[in-house]
Design a protein around this ligand. Structure first.
Ligand code: C2O
Length: 348
């Protein structure tokens, strides 16, 4: 059976997560969202401006200011507003650090973990979908689209520089200080290599080719292993989830922090705005992979298609969404700026 959306009223601190109540947020408590007795069913956006997610390193000064303003407003919302910045970060914590069990699927003793399985891509797509709409509504701009950190192209392989401005709402102190300006290592395993920038770029393009083409020849290889109701989430992540997705998290995370906060740990990753641009590019990989044609198709298993999640929308309504409704970004009202895809020509 498909995994059913968690009952958020039963959200708690799962002892399995290793966190005690109050331990994992500075404001106390745990990472549970405010409760809602009403759950709406998702409807596709209509009569809405189409959004084109732009490459983060190509943004105009005007767009950067808009992005900054939207995040600033999100941070200024009341702490218990589900659209508040920290509340939004908590979504990731709740779905990844054992706050939810599979009680609504009839398995209250098994936790929900959306990583390392076929739920990785659809969960994060939905998460960003609502995040982007909240940002757009806070600045009253329905065309606002989340920039993607274009780490798969040479010019995009550093942290976009406006993220390093301490006065910006996009700034985060908890990042690896040695990596603020350097070329990202898409295969980072916790240790810096002594490769030159030119070598790093070349390695990165080879990693992209390997993970998007060589190691992703069919849906299971790309999306990751099955994860159904009643199962433990241990079936294995897909090629891109394993790398470059996870290495980029670890590469940005701050080694001065006990758990690689912020980006280097599930519970705290959403507290760094870079997370959303990182995942915008991860999501773009899903679209690009399907464009390769042939066997590069979405999973057809009905348990995957009928898996559901709940998110708060820009009007603070709790909405139930299904995986089957997120397969086409056009239907969700967005697409990605067309940029060069250099790794396609980087077959090792
Ligand atoms: Cu939910 Cu990039 O992790």
């Amino acid at each position: 059976a498909p995994l059913a959306a968690p009952d958020i009223s039963k959200c708690g601190t799962n002892p399995l997560s290793g966190f005690k109540p109050g331990e994992n947020t500075p404001t106390g408590g745990d990472c549970c969202p405010p409760n809602s007795t009403l759950i709406k069913d998702f409807e596709f956006p209509t009569n809405q401006a189409f959004k084109v997610r732009p490459a983060a390193h190509l943004l105009s000064a005007k767009y950067i200011a808009k992005f900054n303003e939207a995040i600033k407003r999100m941070k200024a919302l009341p702490e218990d507003d589900p659209r508040n910045f920290l509340q939004q970060a908590h979504i990731h914590c709740a779905y990844c650090n054992g706050a939810y069990t599979q009680s609504s699927s009839g398995f209250p003793d098994i936790e929900i973990q959306i990583h390392n399985s076929w739920l990785f891509f659809p969960f994060h797509r939905w998460y960003l979908y609502f995040y982007e709409r909240i940002l757009g509504s806070l600045i009253d701009d329905p065309t606002f689209a989340l920039p993607f950190w274009n780490w798969d192209t040479p010019a995009g392989m550093t942290i976009p520089k406006y993220f390093n401005d301490p006065k910006s709402a996009l700034f985060d102190t908890k990042r690896n200080q040695a990596h603020l300006k350097g070329v990202v290592d898409l295969g980072y395993n916790g240790k810096d290599t002594d490769a030159t920038d030119i070598e790093k770029v070349k390695n990165n393009l080879a990693i992209m080719y390997r993970q998007m083409v060589t190691n992703a020849t069919d849906p299971t290889a790309f999306f990751g292993g099955e994860y159904r109701a009643g199962k433990e989430p241990i079936s294995g992540g897909g090629s891109v989830e394993q790398s470059p997705h996870t290495p980029v998290h670890r590469w940005v995370g701050d080694p001065r922090e006990p758990n690689g906060e912020n980006l280097g740990n599930f519970y705290s990753a959403g507290r760094d705005t870079l997370f959303y641009c990182h995942h915008s590019n991860v999501d773009r990989m899903w679209s690009l992979w399907k464009m390769l044609g042939g066997k590069h198709k979405d999973i057809t298993d009905t348990d995957w298609l009928n898996t559901s999640f709940v998110f708060y929308d820009e009007n603070k309504n709790l909405v139930r969404v299904y995986v089957k409704d997120c397969l086409l970004t056009n239907q969700l009202g967005y697409d990605y700026q067309r940029v060069d895809v250099p790794w396609l020509k980087s077959k090792p």
